[in-house]
Design a protein around this ligand. Structure first.
Ligand code: CAO
Length: 431
């Protein structure tokens, strides 16, 4: 005969007025003994409360947000299982941070148990296909903080619920996965420490711009996947500067600003023509070099929202004045966020000029799938030794980062030496 039973919060230690953060059942549900009913969260731990009986839920007496203590009524259950004794009624193992007083020195038993079960650490297949993974909000929050999608974690708790140990094992397994080539030489690094900066003083949190997030992900990939080397050099641009200033006066009436960058674009193409392996990319399998017969150059533009790299097309077919004009237009449009994705594609080589600001040298990050990038810093007048005497020359610092998988150091320095020669004698631009 059915009997209505009261299901109450069991012994939860010293905790009182604990929040209910999840209710897993509702009136009308048929449940088995040990099915989880609610999740409680203290400041130190979250714990699931299982049902001591099997039966049909008649009425819920709590909701999310309620505060409960030992003995608080959770629900009324119509139990046909009259003979059954209530289970010990202890809440299930904590599912968030373990209470401080029970901090284990050795791995917790639950972790040891799941570690033995290989399915618990699978990383590729969602365990709950197309459905909702079973995990308490505390576990979801914990997983989110670690960048884990709960749906991908195999749950080892009751009814397949995902526990904290499951999430930790998932992360450990993911970190242990070899990336790239077989042989286990994947990059394995410590997680960046999570620091509560507010502990040390006042702070303000400001979200990164969309451009910074996208650029950041690309820069990170390029930095860790390409073996970069940076070759430094200097070009004597004393004569070039005289010519640039003359042109500047001439074209100011047409509102065209002739900066050193227009010359560098042209000189870079002359060097790329002489050293075609710099005007190339590795193919998708990384075993062939794709040599390009066009010369599209990306230019890093500093915008208030972050770095953008629009591409100037067919630089080999354009003169310095035309390039200066296009440079002015494209950088203005980048700063007004009017550049399309297509305008940032198809580059063969990039130039990042910080010379208008300052600096003596830097190590630019290659814009994959390109193989090299030229960094330009501020030209300064230096004493140079010529014909047994020192003369004042305007020297332009060059920083060429290149992909060492393809380009050897000797080739890189030949490239910068030649580039410097071209910039030193602009007649070579016509060759
Ligand atoms: N040495 C000395 N002076 C230089 C110089 C150099 N290498 N390059 C430019 N200048 C001068 C220019 O002649 C100009 O001087 P005047 O105003 O007296 O004529 C002034 O500096 C400003 O130039 P500019 O920066 O407006 O123009 P630009 O063609 O040199 O550069 C652009 C255009 C879009 C590349 C630049 O504005 C920019 O955004 N640079 C930053 C790129 C960047 O952020 N790179 C970092 C990537 S890695 O994080």
């Amino acid at each position: 005969m059915a009997e209505t039973k009261q299901v109450m919060v069991p012994d939860i230690g010293d905790y009182k007025d604990v929040s209910i953060i999840e209710v897993m059942v509702k009136a009308g549900d048929t449940i088995k003994a040990e099915d989880n009913l609610v999740t409680l969260e203290t400041d130190k731990a979250a714990m699931d409360v299982p049902s001591p009986y099997a039966g049909v839920i008649k009425e819920m007496k709590v909701k999310v947000g309620d505060k409960v203590s030992q003995g608080s009524l959770i629900l009324l259950l119509e139990s046909s299982d009259v003979a059954s004794e209530p289970q010990a009624g202890k809440p299930e193992v904590p599912v968030a941070a373990a209470p401080a007083k029970s901090a284990p020195a050795a791995p917790p038993a639950a972790a040891a148990k799941t570690a033995a079960a290989p399915v618990a650490v699978q990383t590729s297949q969602p365990v709950v296909a197309g459905g909702k993974a079973h995990a308490s909000p505390a576990i979801r929050r914990f997983a989110r903080e670690l960048g884990v999608q709960v749906a991908q974690v195999k749950g080892s708790g009751a009814k397949g619920r995902v526990t904290k140990d499951d999430v930790q094992l998932f992360v450990k397994a993911a970190l242990a996965q070899p990336r790239g080539a077989a042989g286990g030489n994947g990059l394995q690094v410590l997680a960046t420490p999570v620091v509560d900066f507010a502990k040390f003083g006042a702070i303000e949190t400001r979200p990164l711009s969309r451009i910074k997030k996208i650029a950041g992900a690309n820069l990170h990939r390029n930095w860790v996947t390409i073996p970069h080397v940076t070759q430094f050099d200097e070009a004597d641009i004393t004569e070039m500067e005289v010519f640039r200033k003359e042109l500047g006066v001439e074209y100011a009436k047409q509102n065209i600003k002739i900066t050193p960058l227009a010359f560098m674009l042209k000189a870079a193409v002359v060097a790329l023509q002489k050293f075609p392996e710099f005007n190339a990319s590795l193919d998708a399998i990384g075993e062939n070099l794709v040599l390009k017969q066009y010369f599209h150059i990306g230019v890093a533009v500093d915008t208030p929202d972050g770095l953008m790299v629009p591409v100037l097309r067919d630089v080999d077919k354009k003169g310095i004045v035309q390039l200066a004009k296009e440079l002015g237009e494209i950088s203005a449009r980048a700063r007004e966020k009017k550049i399309t994705a297509a305008e940032m594609q198809g580059g063969c080589f990039s130039i990042s000029s910080l010379g208008g600001i300052g600096g003596t040298a830097f190590t630019p990050i290659i814009n994959a799938p390109e193989l090299a990038i030229l960094g330009v810093s501020k030209a300064i007048i230096k004493p140079m030794h010529q014909d047994d005497t020192f003369v004042a020359r305007l020297m332009l610092p060059l920083s060429l980062s290149y992909d060492h998988r393809v380009i050897d150091g000797a080739a890189a320095v030949r490239f910068t030496v030649y580039l410097a020669q071209v910039l030193a004698d602009t007649r070579r631009l016509a060759l």
